[in-house]
Design a protein around this ligand. Structure first.
Ligand code: ATP
Ligand code: MG
Length: 334
């Protein structure tokens, strides 16, 4: 029997290359071998976007189209909307008894995120909401509601998975062995850098290349990319390892071209402007099939609705089954 995977994304914006190389590409490979539940985590997105419901709603559809565009196959993956599975919310309430507030406050992922959201949660996290602090608990519910055995995660997500395992162990020790401790699979590329040289490409860092970006946008972003600052003249030799243009060639260009670019750059026989132009072409070629598939779903919104409806129905029946076991173990199966 296939093992079960649960993973998801918060619908707060379109997918960028960081999501693709850090997660999505890996999912398209895993979808053949696992019983795969892919959650559009709208409830979780609301924890820090509760005042902007339009944004979350719009991005449920944006992200669904992006996922289908990168090759998530709805015949293999149950693509579903979190808020349509009330069992997750129910499980979250029960789990909230099994975790201390202090433990959540110490969770490294939560700590980092609170410090990044000063506008919402105050300079020292003093205005943190109950909902945001508790999102790792709801994430534990996401995973275990589907009896998730494997969770593909980026390294930034590991503390959340550890939190989930702790809740599972606590639950099982009190109510009996019902839940499985999920295992992680780390993606090969754990962190995709930004074109600006930042260690991470991210929506809120304003340095992301989105899968939906058009030619003009791509040109503008790539022409502004960070190169070796020691290279002054066009024919100065340079160090490709500190150049973001080379870094992105490695992601989207073929091996032969990448090798040529590397040696020409080191020799000084390649100018940065030419190199950027070639990257623009390689990027366009890389994005073309993705954008073409996306166009199909943009033109056929009924198909998107159908996929979400069917995925959500499958996810719901799995969660109902799991919830029956949980309720029985907790002696609330009235
Ligand atoms: P925000 O800036 O709002 O936090 P983001 O661009 O970081 O947005 P998230 O929605 O936080 O995107 O990303 C969800 C998950 O996608 C991350 O937990 C991580 O696993 C993966 N991911 C995001 N950005 C990158 C990246 N640059 N490299 C690798 N993986 C990434
Ligand atoms: Mg993030």
């Amino acid at each position: 029997m296939k093992q079960t995977i649960l993973t998801g994304l918060r619908p707060t914006g379109n997918l960028h290359l960081g999501h693709y190389f850090g997660a999505g590409q890996n999912w398209t490979k895993l979808q053949d071998d696992y019983d795969f539940y892919l959650e559009i985590a709208d409830v979780q997105a609301l924890t820090d976007n509760f005042d902007n419901p339009e944004k979350v709603r719009k991005n449920v559809y944006e992200i669904t189209k992006d996922l289908l565009a990168i090759g998530i196959d709805p015949n293999k993956v149950h693509l579903f909307i979190q808020s349509k599975i009330p069992e997750i919310a129910e499980l979250t309430v029960f789990y909230s008894n099994l975790v201390t507030v202090a433990r959540l406050q110490r969770n490294p992922t939560v700590k980092t995120e609170i410090s990044q959201k000063k506008e919402l949660f105050g300079n020292n996290g003093e205005s943190i909401t109950y909902g945001f602090l508790g999102y790792p608990v709801s994430q534990a519910a996401d995973i275990t509601a589907f009896d998730g055995e494997v969770v593909p995660v980026g390294d930034d997500q590991l503390p959340l998975l550890e939190q989930c395992r702790e809740i599972v162990r606590k639950f099982n020790s009190i109510y009996g062995e019902v839940l499985k401790e999920p295992q992680q699979v780390l993606s090969k590329t754990t962190r995709v850098k930004g074109l600006d040289g930042n260690e991470k490409m991210g929506k809120s860092l304003g340095n992301a290349v989105y899968l939906v970006d058009d030619e003009e946008t791509i040109k503008e972003k790539i022409m502004g990319a960070v190169t070796d600052s020691n290279k002054i003249k066009k024919d100065d030799p340079a160090n490709p390892d500190v150049c973001m243009v080379y870094y992105y060639h490695k992601l989207v260009n073929n091996e032969e071209n990448v090798n040529t670019i590397c040696s020409e750059c080191k020799k000084g026989s390649r100018g940065c402007v030419q190199c950027k132009k070639e990257l623009i072409e390689a990027m366009k070629e890389f994005l073309q099939p993705i954008q073409e598939r996306r166009k199909f779903y943009e033109d056929n919104p009924d198909e998107v609705d159908r996929i979400l409806k069917e995925g959500t129905e499958a996810a719901r029946s799995k969660a109902i089954e799991q919830m029956a076991k949980v309720r029985k173990a907790m002696k609330i199966d009235y």
